[in-house]
Design a protein around this ligand. Structure first.
Ligand code: IPD
Ligand code: CA
Ligand code: CA
Length: 270
C-alpha cells in the first residue's frame, strides 16, 4: 500500500466529503430530465454546493492557503506561496444530461508549481492522485503511461470546442490528422479525467485547446508523474496559462506534436 503524505490525505478527504452530494444530485438530475424547465439550475446549485464543501474542507486543514476556484474565483490567502486550484465538477455537461462521467479535481500549487493533484470519479470510485517526485497512483496502484509506441495503435482523447468557441476550423484540421492516423478518438467530456486516463495508460494521448487551470492543473502533474509528457499543442511550456494542452505517453508525445504541427502547416498552405 502506497504511503500518502499529509497534504494528499487532506485533498482526498475533501474530495470524499464533496462526492456524496454530487452523486446524490446526479441521481436527481436523471429524474429532472423529463421536467419542462430541465435540470440546469439544479446542476448549477449542485456544482456550487460541491465547491463550498471542498473550500471549507481545504480551508479547515490549511487556513492560510489561497484558492483559485472555478465558481468563486480567486481567494487570497495569508500564505501567498500556496494555492488550491479547484474544479468541483468537471464534466458539467455530462452531469446535466445524465451521462455518468464527471470528476472533482483539486491541485495544490506551491510557488507557482503544481506539487500535488487529486482527481476523483465518484461514480466509479476511482481516485487518481499524484505528488511531485512521488509518482502517480490510481486507488493505491502505481500508474504508468501506456507503452504503445505507434500512432497507428494509439487511442487519443480530445475536447471539441463547442458552439461559439474560437479556433473551430483549426480544430477540424487537427481532428482530421489524428483520426486518419490513430486507431481511435474519444471525446468523453471531462478534461480532468482525460488527463488521468493518459496517466493510467488508458489513452496514449490527449489534446484540447483553451482549457482553464482548474480543468488541467491536477491532471498535468499526474501525467508527468506517470512518466508522460505535457506541453502546449505547439510544444510550448506555458500550458497552465494558455490552456492549450497536449499530453501523451513518453513515446508518442513527439509524433503527436509533429502530426498536429503538420495539420497546421497544411492549413496555412491552403
Ligand atoms: C469542461 C470539461 C470538458 C472540456 C471543457 C471544460 P466543465 O469543464 O473539462 O471536457 O471540453 O472545455 O470546460 O465545464 O465541465 O467544468
Ligand atoms: Ca472543468
Ligand atoms: Ca466545472
Amino acid at each position: 500500500m502506497a504511503i500518502r503524505s499529509a497534504i494528499i490525505t487532506v485533498m482526498i478527504q475533501a474530495a470524499y466529503k464533496a462526492a456524496p452530494g454530487l452523486v446524490h444530485d446526479f441521481g436527481e438530475v436523471e429524474n429532472l430530465q423529463v421536467s419542462m424547465k430541465g435540470p440546469s439550475d439544479f446542476v448549477t446549485s449542485a456544482d456550487l454546493q460541491a465547491e463550498r464543501v471542498l473550500r471549507a474542507e481545504l480551508a479547515r486543514a490549511r487556513p492560510a492557503f489561497g484558492f483559485l476556484l472555478e465558481e468563486a474565483g480567486v481567494v487570497k490567502g495569508t500564505d501567498e506561496s500556496h494555492r488550491w486550484i479547484v474544479d468541483p465538477l468537471d464534466g458539467t455537461l455530462n452531469f446535466l444530461h445524465g451521462i455518468p462521467h464527471f470528476a472533482i479535481s483539486i491541485a495544490l500549487e506551491h510557488n507557482r508549481e503544481i506539487v500535488a493533484g487529486v482527481i476523483y470519479d465518484p461514480l466509479r470510485d476511482e481516485l487518481f492522485r499524484a505528488e511531485k517526485g512521488g509518482g502517480a497512483y490510481l486507488n493505491n496502484r502505481r500508474m504508468r503511461v501506456s507503452s504503445r509506441a505507434e500512432l497507428s495503435q494509439a487511442m487519443i482523447a480530445t475536447g471539441i470546442p463547442w458552439r461559439g468557441r474560437p479556433r473551430q476550423s483549426q480544430y477540424l484540421d487537427w481532428l482530421a490528422a489524428v483520426m486518419t492516423n490513430c486507431v481511435g478518438v474519444r471525446r468523453l467530456g471531462s478534461a480532468a479525467l482525460d488527463l488521468a486516463y493518459v496517466a493510467a495508460g488508458r489513452y496514449e494521448g490527449f489534446w484540447e485547446p483553451a482549457l482553464s487551470p482548474w480543468d488541467i492543473a491536477a491532471g498535468i502533474l499526474m501525467v508527468r508523474e506517470a512518466g508522460g509528457f505535457v506541453s502546449e499543442i505547439d510544444g510550448g511550456s506555458g500550458v497552465l496559462a494558455s490552456g492549450d494542452v497536449l499530453a501523451a505517453n513518453d513515446q508518442l508525445h513527439e509524433p503527436l506534436l509533429a502530426l498536429l504541427a503538420a495539420a497546421n502547416a497544411t492549413r496555412g498552405a491552403t
